[in-house]
Design a protein around this ligand. Structure first.
Ligand SMILES: *[C@@H]1O[C@H](CO)[C@@H](O)[C@H](O)[C@H]1NC(C)=O
Ligand SMILES: *[C@@H]1O[C@H](CO)[C@@H](O)[C@H](O)[C@H]1NC(C)=O
Ligand SMILES: *[C@@H]1O[C@H](CO)[C@@H](O)[C@H](O)[C@H]1NC(C)=O
Ligand SMILES: *[C@@H]1O[C@H](CO)[C@@H](O)[C@H](O)[C@H]1NC(C)=O
Ligand SMILES: *[C@@H]1O[C@H](CO)[C@@H](O)[C@H](O)[C@H]1NC(C)=O
Ligand SMILES: *[C@@H]1O[C@H](CO)[C@@H](O)[C@H](O)[C@H]1NC(C)=O
Length: 447
């Protein structure tokens, strides 16, 4: 059985070889183009007949998604497909003679391939996926596509975070060829590129693609100028998440802090409330630290916003401490005075009580009071009243001094509140104007 099959396969192969002359098989074309592994020439030499003619390489970048933007490492991850087209002067045929074959695919290993590299690429090679084949059309044009999870570096300017937009470069160049032997160009013009990207862009997360521009230029850093193709990708952040997650809570915290001035001083609730607010802000600061890189020379506005609010709440906590200290000083003296005064009154009352009971007793036991007894009683009452008045005066004097502290505390509190309120309003206005200014500038740049 298996023998029979082998024979059948063998006769089939012989049939194919014999029908070579029919021109409709790929084999005829391959023989015509001399595409065989023994023909090293095609794989090693730049495919031009006159060496002075540079090979033109057309590049098309298809951006299918922006997956991630890492502010810390200043990198962007994109899902891109790159289409590369170039010309091979040795691989042409007339489709009329070959049964109208107008496209063949050739293994990469057989051909010379442009050695393109993306200058900003920071990804590992594992993320690159190449087709093992290259397509070839009769005019000698070859094209190949590779897809890549491209991690590319981009100098992010976060000074307007989270209302920022970033412009990033994706620069294609050759690893070894200078502009004398290889010239890179963009396949699509800007209009086509934007139209295409708009249609194919799959993931639209935190970032929105604003535009892609492209041009080619020569860089003359080396001995021979090098040809480059630059894709300028402009992306804009959607700020809503940061607005509701970060900026508005901070705003509420500072409003809460302002409102806390109306809490009663007594009981120390005000202080603990303010410290709670301060702690909440510091939690937000921690989150911010995770989001932003530590670039000293270009402090983002949001960092100034956070630090400003933190500092203001911190100062208001200190002020509350001062005020409560002053009031506690006051209370202490008050208490001292109170305790002594109370003792005096108690004694007085006791004395008085004794007197009254005495009187009652005497009234019960003896006949109605005579005038002498009345007078002594009145005098005693008078003396007691005097003593009482002295006592109260002394207490009043004792109280005046701590009352002074309380008043100072009150004045400080009022003054501070006014200043603090003004400072908060001016600060918020300043931040608002800065952000709006930047935002308008951004919009203007786009046009
Ligand atoms: C090669 O090209 C150069 C300029 O492009 C031309 O001057 C020269 O004649 C060409 N040589 C041949 C053999 O065609
Ligand atoms: C096959 O190719 C030969 C030349 O290689 C040509 O003369 C002949 O017309 C071709 N036949 C067909 C059917 O295209
Ligand atoms: C970042 O952007 C801000 C506002 O647009 C600008 O003032 C600043 O110069 C930029 N910084 C850098 C390093 O480009
Ligand atoms: C992008 O390339 C242009 C032209 O070379 C350059 O001026 C610009 O600074 C580059 N931008 C970034 C973010 O590297
Ligand atoms: C881009 O190419 C299209 C089609 O080739 C053309 O209609 C359009 O005018 C071009 N746009 C620019 C800006 O060159
Ligand atoms: C984008 O391209 C498609 C087809 O290629 C076309 O139908 C559409 O009108 C274009 N849109 C714009 C805005 O140019």
């Amino acid at each position: 059985m298996s023998l029979l099959r082998t024979v059948a396969v063998f006769t089939f192969i012989v049939g194919v070889s014999s029908s070579e002359s029919s021109n409709c098989s790929y084999l005829a074309l391959w023989n015509h183009l001399r595409l065989t592994t023994s023909n090293d020439f095609l794989a090693t030499v730049r495919p031009v007949k006159n060496w002075t003619k540079p090979t033109e390489v057309w590049i098309d970048l298809m951006l299918y998604g922006i997956l991630d933007v890492d502010e810390k490492t200043q990198t962007i991850v994109g899902n891109i497909w790159t289409k590369v087209i170039w010309n091979n002067e040795f691989l042409t045929w007339n489709p009329m003679l070959f049964c109208e074959i107008d496209l063949i695919t050739v293994p990469r290993s057989l051909l010379w391939i442009p050695d393109l590299v993306i200058q900003e690429d920071a990804s590992d090679t594992g993320s690159l996926q190449m087709s093992p084949f290259v397509s070839l059309v009769p005019a000698g044009l070859l094209y190949t596509t590779f897809r890549q999870r491209l991690t590319f570096t981009c100098q992010l300017n976060l000074s307007l975070f989270p209302f920022d937009s970033q412009t990033c470069n994706i620069t294609f160049s050759s690893m070894v060829h200078s502009a004398r032997s290889m010239i890179l160009k963009a396949l699509k013009n800007d209009t086509q590129l934007n139209n295409f990207t708009d249609r194919v862009m799959k993931t639209r997360g935190e970032w929105e693609l604003k535009s892609i521009k492209t041009w080619h230029y020569y860089s003359a850093e080396k001995k021979w100028p090098e040809s480059n193709v630059l894709f300028l990708v402009k992306i804009v952040r959607r700020p809503m998440l940061y607005l509701i997650n970060f900026i508005i809570p901070l705003l509420y915290f500072i409003i809460l802090d302002l409102a806390s001035f109306f809490i009663d001083e007594a009981g120390g609730e005000k202080l603990s409330f303010k410290v709670t607010v301060l702690l909440s802000i510091s939690v937000l600061l921690l989150i911010l630290k995770d989001m932003l890189p530590s670039t000293e020379d270009n402090l983002p506005l949001i960092a100034s916003y956070c630090v400003g609010i933190f500092a203001m709440v911190g100062i208001s906590v200190l002020e509350t401490m001062l005020v409560s200290f002053l009031i506690s000083l006051d209370n202490e003296q008050d208490k001292d005075a109170n305790s002594s005064g109370d003792a005096g009154v108690d004694i007085q009352l006791e004395v008085k009580h004794d007197e009254v009971t005495d009187d009652v007793n005497s009234e019960n036991c003896s006949p109605p009071l005579n005038r002498h007894g009345d007078r002594t009683l009145l005098r005693r009452i008078q003396e007691e009243l005097k003593a009482l008045r002295r006592e109260t005066r002394a207490r009043g004097e004792g109280r005046r001094k701590p009352g002074c502290f309380r008043r100072i505390a009150h004045v400080i509190d009022c003054l501070f509140f006014i200043l603090y309120f003004l400072a908060v309003v001016i600060f918020l206005l300043f931040m608002y104007v800065k952000w709006i200014e930047a935002y308008i500038q951004n919009e203007k740049d786009e046009r």
